[in-house]
Ligand binder design. Sequence first.
Ligand SMILES: [Zn+2]
Length: 413
Amino acid sequence: MKFFWVFLFALFSFVLFSFFGNPPILTVTDNLIGLKNNLAGIFFVASTSEELLKTKYAAAKNGGEAIRILIVPGHDSASVGAQFKNVKEADLTAELGERLAALFENGKEFEAITVRTKSGYSPEIASYLEKERSSIQAFRDGYRLYMKSAVDSGLVTRREGVSHNDAPEEWTIKLYGINKWANENDVDLVLHIHFNDHGGRPANRLGKYSGFAIYFPEKQFSNAEASAAVARNIFNRLSAYFAPSDMPQESPGIVEEQELIAVGSNNSLDPAGMLIEYDYIYEPQFLYPETRQAIIDELAFQTYMGIKDFFDGTATGAENPPETTLLPYKWNSDMKEGFTGSADVLSLQAALIREGVYPPPGFTRNDCPITGVFKKCTVAAVKDFQKEYGIGPTGYVGPQTRKILNEKYAPQQ
Ligand SMILES: [Zn+2]
């Protein structure tokens, strides 16, 4: 019997050696665990890749089939998601989705498909969700079972991420239905658009956290590699002007995730995919029409640029400083502490970021985001800007300060 075990160990070591190239120095038990850990991560076969997407993109630029991007604005009119005063998440996500889709219309190399606009679901998707209901349920249950057996046999490791509210039955059907539709319709990239909330905050009161977070599929999943690469490019663009989330589990704003249906939980999504929480719903820039429009445009633009960076293979922020829709900008009136919901202040804050004085010393990007609200962060940054240009530091943006701002940041005549 003893001989048998030695023989088995030798055989096992040989197998391990040939698989992974490491001389076996562990015990049989360790080797067994090692084998499982190594297999976990290579169990699901890649369904897309960075290289595949870039090859398709190169062909698309030469008149080939376009890169298909499915835009999924989170929630809907029946279930609006996060809410703060009169700001509804479902409205913000629809506005951002429409804006983003419009940007992709610029070139033939992209084709954007939007699941829902402010006027409702796309008729094609709506009828798919209705007609395919039972096959979607079978799809969902099949993947759940498949994942469970892979985890039970040690081939895949389950990872608990940030806790999310479990989606109710109807929503699991919608979300798995969207994954199924994407798998069947040659979609290359799925983007779920959301706005975050700090659970447990009293209604109409500000929450504790701020900033954006991008959730992308955990590395064992079939669509992980390509998704991570696209996510990183979007992250780099967004983080030039926006703070990554300071919620501890989301920090630093880019999060591997196994459980969200949107990124393909149970390995149910073939194309690259991610879910972006663009900011917390209670941020003041969303409350006022003037800044809301400008900030939605900017968030869509940075997302678009990140995706372009990925496909074009350009280093992120190829242009220095990185582009923003908030600049160039012409300031026609003075600005001072107390201004709220002001597009002038929004662009002033972007200019102050460019100047390297926003946030002012002692503050973080999360303390001082781009909000269109002129408060202590902006006062301190304007004073630093004024010192830099030899103006008495008052924190008030009068004709002299505006003149310098316009010389540097107004559109060229
Ligand atoms: Zn949401």
